[in-house]
Structures are given as structure tokens and as C-alpha cells.
Design a protein around this ligand. Structure first.
Ligand code: RIB
Length: 353
């Protein structure tokens, strides 16, 4: 916040996620197989995931009042995926149980090197996520203005994202699109976005700008160029996640980079991008300025990387505060403590502030 600015905080903003549910089937290995090769893995587990549900749960764990719209199959995974959202306070009354398509599954291969470096590869079979119909979200035509922000990703039909953005735009509700996995996006959809958040590879696909990298360093001119191209395409604000190089934010007034947090022991990167986007969206909707929102979201992403599985690793506000306290970042800590204090008031009184 600039000095002199008067910001009215909204401690429990209403966030709507129209998006995917995926059951992640995670295989750990010390080496990815070559083509045609079989390797013996080190472990297997399942964890609830899906970019939409991950972002919804992250926003809810940071105290946003969050709702999710989407589809799951009429199967055990579907029940578990809804349960994972609901137990984290995500409202799911508009989630449809699809009678024909199965719940989506994600084949997550997680490589853990001897030196502790981790990498993943994910194949998502969309199942019910791609069966969402315009009818499923028709209620939003009149109800979307109940929300402070709408979050979209690209694991559901593009037609649904177009429609949700159209409804939101008509009522002046900000839209965040996490443009993952990579896909073509129409000019019309881009022009309706308040925020777009691609990673560096998705940004390259959208803009044609390859962001050159040397280890943990990225070429700043390339990042600026990618940001500018997305702004020229009609998006208002651009947030590019750059993995170990941190994140970049730009709009017509400002451009800044925030480095990744050092000294974090990586366990599993799955869901880190989702936690970052879900957190940033929640913080900005609360009234926190963009730079502080990116800085705190960095902590959220770092905590997600430090634990196994997507949804099980998404941190609470208390966990974020503890890490910021440990790192001695007093300015950020005072912002998070303010949120925590108001969060307590909300949960005791059971009302939104
Ligand atoms: O972004 C991570 C998520 O992408 C995983 O949880 C997986 O389900 C895929 O949707």
C-alpha cells in the first residue's frame, strides 16, 4: 500500500472458482523412464487435486468465502473430491454429479533426485470436467455479482470459460484466468480478463516470446516483453510465474519481479502454481496491494512445494504467518497478522466482515 492510500479491507472476500476436480494418482521415482522403458518406482499415493479445486481450497484456507462450480463423476473419486473441498470450507452446492462421465484423474509422475531436486510430469484425463454445460453455470448470469472475483483455468471447456467471463464482465466482477494447461485463448476472452496468470511456458505459447533462462535467473527483457504483449492483447494485469526465478507482475502503471523464496526444501511441486494463483486472487480481493499480494503468495507457494500432494499441501494463514515470522519479514507479517486477527473474529461470530 502506498503511504496516504486509504484501503478498506475485505477480510472474507467471496471467490468463485469455475473449474476442475482431479484425483491425482502419484507415482514417485528417482528417474523418469525413457521411451519404451520400464523403471521400478519408489512409492504411490492418491491426493485430491485439479487446478480449479486446488485454487478454491487455497483461497478458502486463507479465509476467503469460496464457492466451486464444476462436475465430478458418480464414483468414489467424485465423492472424495467434493469432500476435500467441503471439509476446507469450499461451498459446492452447484457442483454437478455427472451420471455418464467418470471423475477426472491425473497421472502424476514425481521424480526425486538424490540431491533433493524434484520435478513432475502430469497427464490429466478430463472425464467429467469436460462435460460441464452452459446450463450448469446459467445461474451465474444473475448471481455472479455476489462474488468479488471469479477464477478460471483451462481444464474445463473453453466455451464455459468464455461464458463465465462474459457474465462476470457484464456485472463488473474481476476475472482471473490461470491459463493452464496451455491453449489458444480468444481475443474476446483476453479482453475480459482483469488478471491472467500463465507460467513462463504458457506465456511463450500465448505471446511467442521465449523467456530465456540461466539456472534460477531469467532474462528481464524477455519477461517485460511477454508481459507487454499480453497487455496489448487486452488483459489488464499480468502475473507470470517463473518457478525458481519467482514471479513477475505488470500492468500499464507498474512492472516488478519478486524472487522465489530461498532455503525451501522441495518435496513435491504439484499444486504450487495453483496455491500461488489462489492466494494472490484472495489477497487482492481482500484489498492488499499487488506487490504485497505477490510477496505473500510466494510464501504460500513455497509451503506448498514443501509437502506431498496438491490439496494436502496447501497452507493455512497460520502456517504462512509462521514462515514469514521465521524469515523476519516484519512488513509482510503485520499484513498477515491483521488478516489472522480478523479471521478469528469472523470464525467466532460466524459472519463475513
Ligand atoms: O496444477 C496441479 C494440478 O494440475 C494437479 O493437482 C493435477 O490434478 C492437475 O490438474
Amino acid at each position: 500500500m502506498e503511504s496516504g492510500d486509504c484501503i478498506i479491507m475485505k477480510y472474507r472476500p467471496k471467490i468463485l472458482v469455475v473449474g476442475s476436480f482431479v484425483m491425482d494418482l502419484i507415482v514417485s521415482t528417482h528417474r523418469f523412464p525413457e521411451q519404451g522403458e520400464t523403471v521400478l518406482g519408489d512409492g504411490f499415493q492418491t491426493a485430491a487435486g485439479g487446478k480449479g479445486a486446488n485454487q478454491a481450497i487455497q483461497a478458502a484456507r486463507l479465509n476467503a468465502e469460496t464457492s466451486m462450480v464444476g462436475r465430478v463423476g458418480n464414483d468414489a473419486f467424485g465423492k472424495e473430491l467434493i469432500h476435500s473441498c467441503e471439509k476446507n470450507g469450499v461451498e459446492c452446492s452447484h457442483v454437478v454429479i455427472d451420471r455418464e462421465k467418470p471423475s477426472s484423474v491425473g497421472n502424476v509422475q514425481l521424480r526425486v533426485d538424490e540431491d533433493g531436486k524434484t520435478q513432475n510430469r502430469i497427464i490429466v484425463v478430463p472425464g467429467a470436467n469436460m462435460a460441464i454445460t452452459p446450463e450448469d453455470i446459467r445461474f451465474l448470469q444473475t448471481e455472479i455479482d455476489r462474488y468479488d472475483m471469479v477464477l478460471l483455468q483451462l481444464e474445463i471447456p473453453m466455451e464455459i470459460n468464455e461464458l463465465a467471463a462474459e457474465y462476470a464482465c457484464a456485472k463488473g466482477v474481476p476475472v482471473m484466468l490461470n491459463s493452464a494447461p496451455s491453449d489458444r485463448i480468444s481475443r474476446q476472452l483476453l479482453s475480459r480478463l482483469t488478471f491472467i496468470s500463465p507460467n513462463e511456458y504458457e506465456a511463450a505459447d500465448l505471446t511467442g516470446v521465449t523467456i530465456r533462462r540461466n539456472g534460477n535467473e531469467v532474462d528481464l527483457d524477455d519477461v517485460r516483453e511477454a508481459v507487454n504483449r499480453l497487455l496489448e492483447m487486452g488483459v489488464e494485469n499480468v502475473l507470470i510465474t517463473l518457478g525458481s526465478a519467482g514471479a513477475a507482475f505488470g500492468n500499464c502503471k507498474e512492472f516488478f519481479m519478486v524472487p522465489a523464496l530461498s532455503g525451501v526444501t522441495p518435496v513435491d511441486p504439484t499444486g504450487a502454481g495453483d496455491s500461488f494463483v489462489g492466494a494472490f486472487s484472495a489477497f487482492v480481493s481482500m484489498g492488499i496491494n499487488t506487490k504485497t499480494a505477490v510477496q505473500i503468495s510466494n510464501y504460500v507457494g513455497a509451503l506448498t512445494v514443501s509437502a506431498m500432494g496438491a490439496q494436502p499441501s496447501l497452507p493455512s494463514l497460520e502456517e504462512v504467518a509462521a514462515l514469514i515470522r521465521e524469515r523476519g519479514e516484519e512488513d509482510l507479517l503485520s499484513v498477515v497478522e491483521d488478516l489472522l486477527n480478523h479471521g478469528e473474529t469472523v470464525s467466532k461470530g460466524g459472519q463475513s466482515s
